[in-house]
Design a protein around this ligand. Sequence first.
Ligand code: NDP
Ligand code: 8X3
Length: 251
Amino acid sequence: MNTTALITGATSGIGKATAELFAENGIDLVLCGRRQERLDNLREALGKNVKIHILNFDVRDKNRVIQSINNIPDTFSKIDILINNAGNAHGLDTIDQGSLDDWDAMLDINVKGLLYVSKAVLPQMIARRSGHIINIGSTAGKEVYPKGNVYCASKYAVDAINQGMRLDLNAHGIRVGAINPGLVETEFSNVRFKGDTERAKSVYKGFQALKPEDIADIIHFVVTRPYHVNISDLVVMPTAQASSTLVHKTG
Ligand code: NDP
Ligand code: 8X3
């Protein structure tokens, strides 16, 4: 039987690159996101290689998340791999200037959304005594940077949830690990700066940022290790980046 992966945030960036690489490698896919047209395009493009099922939900909508995942057609219902990737930063402000709506979005999507999706997928993994969960954290979840406050908090929470999941699922034979990227050039900064593309581009100027394909490659490596090998926590940065606050830029 084929391997099936469910990827949240598959319409862009790291999630999309992972979907493309998984499809190239024969992994059937359940692809999630809110932008229907992009989901349809992915189904069209990747459906030539593997079976694709698309799910349109906002990870904040817990009832819709649980209902959508519970009603996945039988062909896709054995989810071997869950990539908890959906998420973004919203705003970059000092703690006194931050917007309440931005704070809600980051905590509701990056933390609670990840929990809702995991809660929906876990029962079948536990019943089968197998499965692999990859949580996409961040260097922001290892080291706080100025104005990162709530985004960093959301990724520290992902780090804690990753550790907690690994402890609680240990007896069930489920692999759990986090991948924590540094600066990856995706739509991330465009979302953070609310469509200010010039400001978004400037984040990645003067050095070679990671590409989403770099992270997809690592995710594929992690999920293709023998089952007794669990890569539990991995940090990856561009060579030009030494920490959350130190990036060597030229020009
Ligand atoms: P993108 O903005 O390119 O992709 C974000 C994805 O998340 C999109 O597919 C988007 O889909 C989905 N998403 C966002 N909000 C929701 C929501 N409410 N409900 C459902 N899906 C949602 O960013 P990245 O690929 O960079 O980000 C992916 C993950 O990687 C995030 O968790 C991010 O925090 C993390 N990360 C990113 C880094 C970077 O430098 N880029 C570094 C470290 C970690 P749609 O809008 O269609 O719903
Ligand atoms: C994304 C990396 O440094 O832009 O999580 O917060 S950073």
